[in-house]
Design a protein around this ligand. Sequence first.
Ligand code: AKG
Ligand code: FE2
Length: 239
Amino acid sequence: MLKKFKSISSFQKKYDRDGYYIFKDILSNRAKKELTSLLVQSYSKISDSKVRKDMLMNFVYDYEKNKKFDELYAAYKIMSNSKIFKNIEKELITFSHYLFNKKYKHLTRGFALGVKNSKRTSYDWHQEQAYYQGLDETVHYQFSMLNKCNKSNGTMSVLSGSHKEGFIRKIKDKTLHKKSVQILIPNNIRKLQMKYKEIFINLNPEDICIFHPNIVHKSNPTISTKNKTRFVGIVRLTQ
Ligand SMILES: O=C(O)CCC(=O)C(=O)O
Ligand SMILES: [Fe+2]
């Protein structure tokens, strides 16, 4: 799934400084193909007819628009429990050991959806640590499952260096409704936005981003009229 690890000399310094790092060209062609076919298969399972690759973005956009949230969640479960996700997770466990010289294990697996004109699956500013309180030294990975991720299709952005704030305990729950993602936004977010630079995480389909549990980050609205949906795989590990 992952290409052979090259020595990544710039990693530690940049990760410590910025709170995130993008490993370029690390996901194998096989993994990329399997992730795309997983999307095709999973959405076909919840649909009456086969969903082709070129239909995926519009398919999810239409389901979201028609509030078919339970069906979308069913596809989400299929994907999170798939062999390909488990394999990528397994390799990221080995990879994390290589990076930090510490042992890691499964925390969660899944993916984030960004859908045009919908806020339901979109995260406002948050630290991952807010969702995993009590767990120390988690690591978080994100990778594209289909297309490039950039500002135009609402890729996540980070406040570079904000992990140095440590865990911010004063947070507000701004969750929209029962079937939307939980939003835990730091009370001092305006201050943080002034203090740290916002960076958009641009990912090619073969890249993987790692980020620190305390980096402040968020989803962004989809601007593109062509690429209406963004699919990003997520693997979270703990020690
Ligand atoms: O990519 C996104 O929309 C945000 C995802 C996120 O918050 C995460 O991966 O922890
Ligand atoms: Fe997050």
